[in-house]
Every structure is written in C-alpha cells, then in structure tokens.
Design a protein around this ligand. Structure first.
Ligand SMILES: *[C@@H]1O[C@H](CO)[C@@H](O)[C@H](O)[C@H]1NC(C)=O
Length: 361
C-alpha cells in the first residue's frame, strides 16, 4: 500500500463511518456539517440517559430524540455546527443498550433507516442506508415488490455495507441494469445487517423490511449467502422452481462473488426426468447462467460467499405486479452481447444451459 492510498483511506475513514458503540465514552472528532445518526431499538428511558455533548457546537442533550424515526422511517441526525469540534457520547455505568453510531459529512441526500421487526420502509429519493436494529428469529432483511420503471429512468443498485465504511467497503450485490427487461422483483434476500442503495429518484418503488429466506424461486429476485461478501463458509442450498404443468421455462442468473478470495461455486440445475447440469463459477469472474427446459430445482453449493440475481419466465410464478415481458422465447440478448472468456452450451432435447464468465466489470 503506498502513501497516497493510506492518505486516501484515512481521508475516507474520517468522512463517513460506522461505529459499534459499546464504550462508556465515545469521542468523535467532527467538523461543521458532520451528521451523526443513532440507529437503535433501545427504550426511551435508557436512551434519555445516554448523553451527547459537543462544546463548540453548544450541543448538550441525550440521544433519544435522534433515535426516533420520522414518519418515513428515516432518522434525524445530530448536526455539528462548528469546525474542529468533538462529539462526546456517554453511557451511564452498566448500560448495555445497543446503539450504532453512523457518521457522515460528505454523502448528499443521505437517509439512514433503522429496520425494526415490523418495518415496511418505502422508497425515498436519495442515498439510502438500512441498518437492522432488531434481529427477529428466522427472518432476514429483504427488499420486496421492487418495481423499476425504466421509462422514468428508474434503476436500483444495492451494496453490502454503507458509504464510506472501510471494512468491508460497500460491495455491489444487485443492479437492475443487468436485465433491462425485468422491471419487477418479488424479493431480494439480504441476510446481512446493513446495506445501502444508490441514489435513485423517480421510477422506483419497494418495501424494505424483514422477511423469510427464499425457498422457491419466484419470477425475479435475489438469493444471497449469509454475511455476503466477506463471510466465507461452506453452504449447500436448494431452491424449488415453480413451473406450471409441464411447461418449459428459462432461468437466468447473474453472479456476484467476493473477488478478493479465490473459490468456486457450483450451480446445479435439475430438470425433469432426473437430468441435471452442474456449472462451476470461479469467484474471480462475473459469471452468468442461462438455462431452459423443464427445470424443477436449482442447487447452489459453495465454500464462499455469493449473491445470485435471477429471473425466470415461468407462468406459475408471475404473480400480481410482475412484468415479465412477452415474447421472450429465445435466448436473451444479454448472453450473446457479453464478452465471454469461457462459453459452454450443453444441449439435449430437453435442456439448454449457457454459461458466460466475464472478466472485470
Ligand atoms: C421460456 O423461455 C424458454 C426459452 O426461451 C421457452 O422455451 C419457453 O417456452 C418459455 N416459457 C414460457 C412459460 O414462456
């Protein structure tokens, strides 16, 4: 790491940061315009006993008011008004209320949302950060009923982590631009504790909250290994695919892996009549999979982290709101337009699997 990189990292680290707040006294150097957010599910009495002071900005209060979301679910930040100030947050002795401090000075149109067990957070324009403050049993963070109106230039990109946070730095796990014809996703599984969405303005709607892990692939969505991207653990997950009667369907997947580590992820597509096709995806490449035939299930087996953005044209899963375009009966252009370093097609009378692996992105 050279000096310029070190300086850059230092610069970034003071601009925007997530603190796990467990010390009795936390001191945060701050400049005019620094915003500090306090996502927490602590109770009012405890939060009123946690003081926050900044001498030059003449702040002397407690964090309760900053922990109560506005009507849209986002938090009001504490705003520092003087340069070279120090914000001092103090807990009473023995207090263990879980509080996260999220600090930022540079991100424009930033909205910070604590996600509670019963949250149903709607789209808000801006750069949005979501932090799970509850951990409901058996449930994970999700984005549900995502609609992207391309005619209004709508798009959505989602990252593990928050802006400016150093380790892990925000890591892309979803982009609606990949499949330009797909404008509705039933559910993105996000089994991590904080994620952020790029600034989006018109033409996007969704609900963020807790939900259950995907077991059956819907018409469009995202599946993800827990703790993506840095948590590396062996996993073997199987997903049913809804299919009406004996129809042929196609399945498309775009893969996201943790590039800094080298591992393989096997995706097995199981067809009727006991036929299966296994493809291996190295973490260093952006792979895409396209399969069609009488697909019954998909199995993902990996020793590392993965996120898989998918869509199918099954008529069984195209429920309300779905906008799978008509006439998508042939190999989607996404496969033929990509630059592939590796191409494989396995064609039997009942199935086709096409894999393309892209270098870089
Ligand atoms: C889905 O696409 C495949 C492959 O292009 C096609 O063979 C199949 O008929 C389509 N299925 C439906 C239900 O539209």
């Amino acid at each position: 790491m050279n000096l310029a990189t070190v300086l850059f990292l230092l610069f970034v680290s003071v601009q925007s940061k997530l603190h796990i707040f467990d010390a009795k006294v936390t001191q945060i150097p701050a400049q005019k315009g620094t915003r500090i957010y306090f996502p927490t599910n602590g109770d009012e009495a405890s939060l009123k006993l946690i003081t926050v002071k900044a001498e030059k900005s003449q702040i002397d209060t407690n964090i309760f008011a900053f922990s109560v979301p506005r009507a849209d679910g986002s938090l009001n930040p504490l705003v520092v008004t003087a340069d070279d100030d120090t914000v001092v947050v103090t807990r009473p002795d023995g207090d263990t209320t879980p509080v996260t401090l999220f600090q930022d000075r540079v991100t424009e149109n930033l909205n910070v949302f604590p996600v509670f067990e019963n949250s149903a957070l709607q789209f808000k324009a801006g750069k949005n950060v979501y932090l799970a403050v509850d951990k409901p049993n058996g449930k994970i963070l999700t984005i549900q009923n995502l609609k992207v109106d391309r005619q209004k230039d709508g798009y959505l990109r989602a990252y593990s982590g928050v802006p400016g946070d150093l380790i892990p730095e925000p890591y892309l796990f979803f982009t609606s631009d990949i499949y330009t014809d797909i404008t509705f996703y039933q559910q993105l599984d996000i089994p991590i504790y904080e994620f952020s969405l790029d600034p989006v303005f018109d033409g996007v709607s969704y609900t963020v909250g807790f939900g259950y892990l995907t077991k059956t692939l819907q018409s469009s969505g995202l599946i993800m290994s827990p703790g993506f991207p840095i948590t590396q653990q062996p996993s073997d997950m199987s997903f049913n695919v809804n299919r009406k009667g004996n129809e042929d369907i196609s399945l498309h997947m775009n893969t996201y892996f943790y590039r800094s580590l080298s591992y393989n992820t096997e995706i097995t597509v199981r067809f009727g009549f006991g036929v299966e096709n296994v493809q291996s995806f190295p973490s260093g490449l952006n792979g895409r999979l396209g399969a069609s035939g009488k697909i019954n299930s998909v199995e993902v087996s990996s020793i590392g982290a993965y996120a898989l953005q998918y869509w199918t044209n099954s008529t069984a899963t195209n429920s309300e709101g779905s906008t799978i375009p008509t006439g998508q009966g042939t190999t989607p252009s996404i496969i033929t337009t990509t630059k592939s370093s590796y191409f494989m097609s396995n064609s039997l009378s009942i199935l086709t699997v096409i894999v393309s692996l892209l270098i870089g992105c």
